[in-house]
Design a protein. Structure first.
Length: 415
């Protein structure tokens, strides 16, 4: 296998040509990738089966196995995501704003590709396809380092992507894959200043922390989601129940799933016992405060760690709060800046929540599960940024570009 630096060097060279490729060429390349993924569906699923078997033998949790698993429908969803990216407007070359100076200079702020994007991620092979599609359309090459638990799946997916590119004007070198389980490869990747323009980690808190602490290249933090649903005293009971069941139970091992439920004391006695019953009937373990234990006997007491944890599992922490302000304060203390939701018919309380809660996405009367590039209409996404510099929330095409200033004159010189 080529060294990490050699792979990044190839990507850097290919990125220069990709940056000036037109939209038609990029869309054609994406179409060929989609067709190849469908043609190789059986091989991809066979490779994924090896990873699933290895994961079960090594004790991967059900949530991680769910993230790892590929099926015909999931591959078709990947292809649908690629088609959505094809249909999206190409951001490269867009004029963000322009103006004229008194001296006659014409200045334009224009979107340009990032260059080479490094991606470090765990057991989610769909990230391989999403990242390649988005980066290619945004004019950037990509260096991928997936988790060892998905090595066979990622290898098969990258092989299909590269095969698809061989039928196009876009070099297959725009996609590079670190085909190694050696953790030192990640450390080398994170220090490739001058070759990588950006690194995006996508996974659990441990992975993200390691990347942030190790990298000397710019990093965008993504994904850790201790997401809350706050059920206010003026919430519609049935709506609140449906929202928490969706936010918690639709999928457990995703960053936009609810991990904590806050319930106003004015609605707790009438609403909470049924909610707990519905959640436990779906296999969710409840960890609650003393008031929750009083209303739903047999519930395990929540610890300080439970309020702060991203479970990524069928576990939910529940707290009864005295008022909306206590809920806001709890989210401020324990939230991770990902996604927060309020359920209420009081428009004033909702407005205070939406204005005052500091998160990448805030919701009123809907599930946190909508924090997703696909659901926002971005096509595939490269991750959910929980920081405030350069991008925040679901990162689609525009978030994968930078900009430069294009200045036109008629012979002006500065005095």
């Amino acid at each position: 296998m080529s060294s990490v630096r050699e792979l990044a060097t190839k990507a850097k060279k290919a990125a220069a040509k990709l940056a000036i490729s037109d939209t038609e060429a990029k869309n054609f390349a994406l179409g060929e990738i989609a067709r190849q993924l469908l043609a190789d569906k059986a091989d991809i699923i066979q490779a994924n089966a090896k990873d699933l078997e290895n994961g079960k033998n090594s004790g991967l949790s059900p949530a991680l196995l769910d993230r790892l698993a590929l099926s015909p429908s999931r591959i078709e969803n990947m292809v649908e995501g690629i088609q959505q990216v094809i249909d999206l407007e190409d951001p490269v070359g867009q004029i963000i704003e322009n103006w004229h100076r008194p001296n006659g200079l014409e200045i334009a702020k224009v979107r340009v590709p990032m260059g080479v994007v490094g991606m470090v991620y765990e057991a989610r092979p769909n990230v391989t396809v999403d990242t390649c599609a988005l980066c290619l359309k945004a004019g950037s090459a990509v260096l991928l380092r997936g988790g060892s638990s998905a090595l066979n799946s990622n290898r098969a997916l990258v092989n299909s992507i590269k095969k698809g590119l061989t039928r196009t004007a876009i070099s297959e070198d725009v996609v590079q894959f670190i085909d190694s389980e050696d953790r030192r490869a990640v450390d080398e990747m994170l220090r490739l200043n001058g070759l990588l323009d950006l690194v995006i980690p996508r996974g659990g808190a441990g992975l993200i922390r390691r990347v942030v602490e190790t990298a000397t290249v710019p990093v965008i933090e993504t994904g850790v989601g201790n997401c809350h649903i706050y059920v206010d005293s003026e919430a519609d009971h049935q709506m609140a129940l449906e929202i928490i069941l969706n936010a918690k139970c639709q999928r457990y091992g995703v960053c936009n799933a609810a991990e904590s439920l806050l319930v106003h004391q004015g609605i707790a006695a009438a609403w909470l016992p049924q909610a707990v019953s519905e959640l436990t009937s779906r296999g969710v373990e409840i960890r609650g405060c003393k008031k929750v234990q009083e209303l739903a006997p047999g519930i395990k007491q929540a610890t300080e760690n439970d309020w702060a944890d991203e479970f990524l599992a069928p576990v939910l922490a529940i707290k009864v709060v005295t008022d909306a302000q206590e809920a806001f304060d709890h989210i401020q203390r324990y939230g991770t800046g990902h996604s927060e939701s309020i359920v209420t018919n009081n428009q004033t309380t909702a407005a205070e929540f939406l204005r005052g809660v500091d998160a990448a996405a805030v919701y009123h009367n809907t599930s946190t599960r909508f924090t997703d590039g696909f659901e926002y209409g971005f096509g595939a996404e490269i991750g959910i940024s929980t920081q405030k510099l350069h991008a925040r929330g679901p990162m689609g095409l525009r978030e994968l570009t930078s900009y430069k200033y294009v200045v036109r004159g008629t012979g002006q010189i500065r005095s």
